[in-house]
Design a protein around this ligand. Structure first.
Ligand code: KIV
Ligand code: ZN
Length: 565
């Protein structure tokens, strides 16, 4: 099999010297139209049944969509039945317009109006293909022939609508495969359709420009849209809509640039389900606006419900990296990301504008929790591990211990090859630093301060076999270090030492962390206790125990060979 690019030709963009759209910014949400129940549905392996359609329709209404394309009733009996059900059971809110698609054929248009009988308001969407490829190879018609199909369709739609004035009608026309249509021809067809519908005389009209197949970079699509807006007649009297597909992976970008180029309205589907690579994803585009401080005019705060409903209705699962909605999109595994997120969140006050590294939006805005933000695997660094201990166990580690402990966690992650949960992180911390061998458990201490410094008396070990230490130093730590030297013959150099008062609601009041070096080796210990001195002495005993042996401390005189080994 050969992989040859030579059978493809580059898309020829319109020559444009007056483009204005690159300097525009989007300042308000477009009019949205959800086409999940039509375009999305026709792309499903198993099209939705009436109850699934109803469930998705109800969700779309709840999210705030005011225009919802519900099907192609003339082509599908379930779509016809669903349309009737909505109307007959009065399930369409007064401020919502249903939209239905039809080809420009008289019998299909007649059936479409039958499906819509009794609707308070509705959008009839008629389309025909206008692209060069479709004209030449599918329909074998010239430009006039294709334009005639569109004009006849427009006429039949108008005639039916005129006969049923009790419904408030909006007419929509799509030059299907617009992206493959010569622009002058697209404008010619649109003008011809509008000459029938007369938006300039008050008829509500939407002209929808579909990127039926995404054929170019989004800037080229924006040029096409701007060109049409500049050249059609009566531009101020009708809406320009875009309907992008995602063949090149840029469906959202194309719709965004098209809005900058003059489109008033955007069609798409939730999570981007649709033909081939899908339709423009409404969730992503709306959330993109939201993340720029623009009201998307849709309420996407219940993202879990959106994902669950779309998955249930389409039987397509959501990619864990799906923008704004995927399971993993508010999760950081990388150590440097975790560290930055932790610092930004710690500095943030509730009313601050959102400026958190690596998180384009506040996860809680879409019903997610900060807890989900940091997860730990072998890529994680000290920041993430420290964040989890702090968040879940109120344990703040000094930087030196963050670095040391993150290596312990990383090793565990590399060994088990996956994610390390919060419980495991805590267990590892306990095993490595907090656990106290019974033979080294602090029982009591007594400190006497005078001008010479501190004299420490420490009692530790099993109740049936307690040991006493006594030493003098400038502070409590130094006094205990001296006592350990006297008892076990170990020269302990304290390299790092930190103590913290703990938050309310914890059993212990203080955490102490200490790192010592003994005979060139480093040992760390940590301890939770009711007061900082107890925590400090216990942490020191635990660190030294790792050198001396955790089982049964013996005085220096009793074990000289072992200790000097
Ligand atoms: O993609 C498309 O061109 C369509 C039209 C029917 C609007 O879905
Ligand atoms: Zn489509």
């Amino acid at each position: 099999m050969s992989f040859t690019h030579r059978k493809y030709v580059a898309f020829k963009p319109v020559r444009k010297t007056d483009r204005r759209w690159p300097d525009r910014v989007i300042e308000q949400a477009p009019q949205w139209c959800a086409v999940d129940l039509r375009d999305g549905n026709q792309a499903l392996v198993k099209p939705m049944g009436v109850s699934q359609k109803q469930r998705l329709f109800d969700l779309l209404v709840k999210l705030g969509f005011k225009e919802i394309e519900i099907g192609f009733p003339a082509a599908s009996q379930p779509d016809f039945d669903f349309c009737r059900k909505l109307i007959e059971e009065d399930r369409i809110p007064n401020d919502v317009s249903i939209q239905v698609l039809t080809q420009a054929r008289p019998e299909l248009i007649a059936r479409t109006f039958e499906a819509l009988k009794g609707a308070k308001q509705a959008i009839v969407h008629v389309y025909n293909s206008t692209s060069t490829v479709q004209r030449e190879q599918v329909f074998e018609l010239d430009r006039d022939g294709i334009r005639e199909i569109a004009v006849n369709g427009a006429r039949w739609v108008k005639e039916h609508a005129d006969r049923t004035p009790e419904t408030q009608w909006t007419f929509q026309y799509s030059p299907e495969s617009f992206t493959g249509t010569e622009l002058d021809f697209a404008v010619e067809v649109i003008d011809s359709v509008n000459a029938v519908w007369r938006p300039d005389q008050g008829q509500a009209v939407i002209i929808n420009l579909p990127a039926t197949v995404e054929m170019s970079t989004p800037n080229v699509f924006a040029d096409q849209v701007e060109w049409v807006c500049d050249h059609v007649r009566h531009r101020d009297h009708f809406s320009i809509s875009v309907h992008t597909h995602n063949d090149r992976g840029c469906g959202v970008a194309a719709a965004e640039l098209a809005v900058m180029a003059g489109a008033d309205r955007v069609e798409g589907t939730l999570m981007g389900n649709g033909e081939r690579t899908g339709n423009m994803d409404l969730v992503t585009m709306a959330m993109n606006l939201y993340s720029q401080g623009i009201d998307p005019c849709l309420d996407l705060s219940g993202m879990a419900e959106i994902v669950e409903t779309v998955e249930a209705c389409t039987e397509i699962s959501t990619h864990p990296r799906h923008p704004y909605a995927g399971d993993l999109v508010f999760t950081a595994f990388s150590g440097s990301h975790q560290d930055a997120i932790r610092k930004c969140l710690a500095r943030r006050s509730a009313d601050d504008l959102w400026q958190v590294a690596y998180l384009p939006i506040d996860p809680s805005d879409v019903g997610r929790r900060y807890d989900e933000v940091v997860r730990i695997n072998s890529q994680s660094g000290k920041g993430g591990v420290a964040y989890v201990l702090e968040r879940d166990y109120d344990i703040s580690l000094p930087r030196w211990l963050q670095i040391e402990f993150s290596k312990v966690v990383q090793q565990e992650a590399e060994t088990n090859g996956g994610e390390i949960d919060s419980l495991t992180i805590h267990r590892l911390f306990e095993e490595k630093y907090l656990s106290v061998a019974p033979a080294w458990a602090l029982a009591s201490y007594d400190l006497h301060r005078d001008e010479a410094g501190v004299r420490a008396h420490v009692s530790f070990g099993r109740p049936d076999h307690p040991m006493q230490l006594e030493g003098q130093g400038l502070g409590a730590v130094e006094a205990v270090v001296e006592a350990l030297k006297a008892e076990f013959g170990v020269v302990v150099a304290v390299e790092a030492y930190d103590e913290f008062a703990l938050g309310e609601g914890t059993r212990a009041n203080a955490l102490a962390c200490i790192r010592v070096s003994i005979e060139g080796a480093h040992y760390s210990g940590a301890a939770l206790a009711e007061d900082t001195t107890s925590a400090t002495i216990q942490a020191l005993l635990s660190a030294v125990a790792r050198h001396v042996g955790t089982d049964r401390p013996a005085p220096a005189a009793a074990r000289p060979a072992e200790l000097s080994a």
